[in-house]
Ligand binder design. Structure first.
Ligand code: PMP
Length: 406
């Protein structure tokens, strides 16, 4: 069957049948975190009921089973993102951890006066670690500006890019607006100056299957919990040559080759960056989440979510004074909006009373809100398990909120 069978998909997500404030839950906060299918919940439960053990060092059976499952998950991630080598996949606790790992490592590669370029559209987690890096090294951070549609000003990017630029970092998809950035062009141009590129794929990965070799990106980071996996696990992909250049982030067990009080030598990739007991169950469950998504298929997911996006955009724009931020043909299923002068928080509160979960506020992207001179937006973000009926319910709720608040 070729059509997207959303009703049977919804049955995989137990949470979708719960009620909130007496109404069926309408979950439109998928950009903050996605819901978890039974297949992933089972993977977590199987681990703790069947083979919970520490990995990489035990000779006993449970330890070997856990190690095989964890390393198997790494291979699933490798295949999913088409990394050339499995040791180019580093397990982290999430996107934030992955960015901090790279930003820390660049501390030993940058000197005073070197430049790093950030986009104006970033989540705070792709700003603050780099500011801390600049404080440590004397490197200078420059910002690629955006325009009213929420798109980057590429002519400005080209002007900022120079032989001094060592690194460019930006999100593949903006979490606040859902706009897809022209990452291919950015990577290609950055490479002509010898600058590395880190893409924050936290918001892209749930919707777009990135091929890191085809993109030729140097670092790609994601969070498992936005991809139907659990919280507390994420991925840093790095090209081998770059990961070899970066020093370890944390010291501890698992990341060493030999330790004496005089000197420690480090383990090879990926272990060099995986100090301590990792989130074993989380890694395995993330692998199960990738299986789940790939079983449905990213092309189908993208096509269906695009339908939801177009449907919701059209319906919402029928509401007078409603403004959507982030206008682009290239968007994932995120709608960030305000109605006149109504505070986004008030709309969020009223629709919650009707069982609908949306995000309100600055979405950890204050510079974007400053650009628009607004305190925040209402953000509805859809996943492949949402429906047009839910969008109808949401639009009616927004209309009701508008009437109450005007
Ligand atoms: N970058 C982007 C674009 C995000 O949307 C998020 C999560 N909101 C993050 C980074 C941070 O991810 P995490 O909190 O999972 O580390």
């Amino acid at each position: 069957k070729n059509i997207f069978d959303v009703e049977s998909i919804r049955k995989d997500f137990p949470i979708l049948s719960r009620k909130v404030n007496g109404y069926p839950l309408v979950y439109f906060d998928n950009a903050a975190t996605s819901q978890t299918p039974q297949q992933v919940i089972d993977a977590i439960s199987d681990y703790y009921t069947g083979y919970n053990a520490n990995i990489h060092r035990g000779v006993h059976t449970l330890s070997q089973e856990a190690t095989d499952a964890y390393e198997g998950a790494r291979q699933k991630v490798q295949q999913h993102f088409n990394a050339e080598k499995s040791h180019e996949i580093i397990f982290t606790s999430g996107t934030t951890h992955a960015i901090n790992l790279v930003a820390h490592g660049f501390g030993s590669l940058l000197s005073k006066g070197d430049e790093i370029l950030v986009s104006a559209l970033e989540h705070h987690s792709n700003i603050v670690p780099w500011q801390m890096l600049c404080e440590r090294t004397g490197a200078v951070m420059k910002v690629i500006p955006m325009n009213d549609n929420g798109m980057l000003q590429m002519d400005q990017f080209e002007e900022l890019l120079s032989e001094k630029t060592k690194l460019v970092f930006l999100n593949h998809v903006s979490n606040a607006l859902g706009t897809i950035n022209p990452v291919r062009e950015i990577i290609q141009k950055a490479h002509t100056k010898g600058a590395a590129v880190l893409l924050d794929g936290a918001q892209a990965a749930p919707h777009i299957k990135a091929d890191v070799q085809e993109l030729d990106v140097d670092f790609y980071v994601v969070s498992g919990h936005k991809m139907c996996g659990p919280t507390g696990v994420g991925i840093l992909y790095g090209k081998e040559e770059w990961l070899e250049k970066l020093p370890p982030y944390q010291g501890g067990g698992e990341m060493i080759a030999t330790v004496t009080f005089e000197k420690t030598t480090y383990a090879g990739l990926p272990h060099k960056f995986e100090a301590g007991t990792p989130n074993i169950c989380g890694g395995i469950a993330f692998g199960a989440a990738l299986d789940y998504l790939n079983n449905i298929g990213f092309e189908k997911i993208a096509a269906y979510e695009h339908e939801l996006l177009e449907y919701a955009t059209e319906k919402l724009l029928e509401i007078q004074d409603l403004r959507i931020y982030g206008i682009s043909k290239e968007k994932t299923a995120v709608i960030s909006f305000n109605i006149g002068e109504i505070h986004p928080y008030d709309i969020g509160t009223i629709v919650d009373k009707l069982g609908i979960a949306v995000r309100t506020g600055h979405h950890c992207a204050q510079p974007i809100m400053d650009y628009y001179k607004i305190p925040g937006t209402v953000r509805a973000s859809f996943a492949f398990y949402n429906t047009k009926e839910e969008i109808d319910t949401f639009v009616e709720a927004v209309k009701k909120a508008k009437t109450m608040l005007s």
